[in-house]
Design a protein around this ligand. Structure first.
Ligand code: PEP
Length: 252
């Protein structure tokens, strides 16, 4: 099953206007300069969304947020609704990143509610899952991923509106990555869990990204694995040349 790869950048809580705009412009120029057969997504902080949307015009780079609230509007101080993200020019939002699961005590139930609200508003979601180092050491990686798929992914998710990102928490920002064989094993198990939940046809089309210390040096090996359909990139997405050097490995 051919799935178009998605190269996604999670800028996290980085960049003020000037730095963010110059990074987005540099990525946009590099993406425009070449023909690509992968998709691109960048997820800057909320404060940069509207200004970055302007520099992405005429490129194939989609704009995404890093989180969303499940309510349409109302008394939710500090939160942002799906329609607000659409209004700012987003077509995607990340949901359930481990930093939100930990820092903001986000549960699978809450993440699922956010995904449903985002989909209802016409946004696509990248739903993040992954085990801690302790869970990995205890041999629970696949069980944790299955539970997170079952709990965080809405029952009517489609391959069009949903992307899964497998991000082992111990690999995020640490420079450590699982072996290629381990990544493939977990991605295949995630696809099996998706198949059980959503049916084989949907699971076979749904993109599963790998995230966690992806850089130009390891991108080729990771992106060539059969069940790896792209990458969610944190640190390396803050340098246009690294982001693009990773993306080069996603094209045929
Ligand atoms: C992330 O947090 O989504 C991530 C993958 O970070 P890094 O690439 O820096 O490990």
């Amino acid at each position: 099953m051919a799935r178009k790869k998605l190269i996604a950048g999670n800028w996290k809580m980085n960049c003020l206007q000037e730095e963010g705009l110059s990074l987005a412009k540099a990525v946009a120029a590099k993406v425009k300069a070449q023909k690509w057969d992968c998709d691109f997504l960048i997820c800057p902080p909320f404060t940069l969304l509207t200004s970055i949307k302007k520099c992405l015009r005429g490129t194939k780079i989609a704009l995404g947020a890093q989180d969303v609230h499940f309510a349409e509007k109302g008394a939710h101080t500090g939160d942002i609704s799906p329609l607000m993200l659409k209004d700012a020019g987003c077509t995607y939002t990340l949901i359930g990143h481990s930093e939100r699961r930990v820092d903001h005590f986000e549960s699978n139930d809450l993440i699922c509610k956010k995904a449903i609200a985002a989909h209802n508003a016409g946004l696509n979601t990248v739903i993040c899952i992954g085990e801690t180092g302790a869970e990995r050491d205890a041999g629970k990686t696949i069980k944790v991923c299955q539970e997170e798929i079952n709990g965080s992914v809405p029952d009517d998710a489609t391959a069009k509106n949903t992307v899964i990102a497998y991000e082992p928490i111990w690999a995020i920002g640490t420079g450590k990555t699982p072996t290629a064989a381990d990544v493939q094993e977990v991605h295949a198990a995630i696809r099996k869990a998706l198949s059980k939940k959503l049916g084989k046809a949907v699971a076979n089309k749904m993109r599963i990204l790998y995230g966690g210390s992806v850089k130009p040096a390891n991108a080729k090996e990771l992106l060539s694995l059969p069940d790896v359909d792209g990458a969610l990139i944190g640190g390396a997405s803050l340098k246009a040349e690294d982001f693009i050097a990773i993306a080069v490995n996603a094209t045929k």
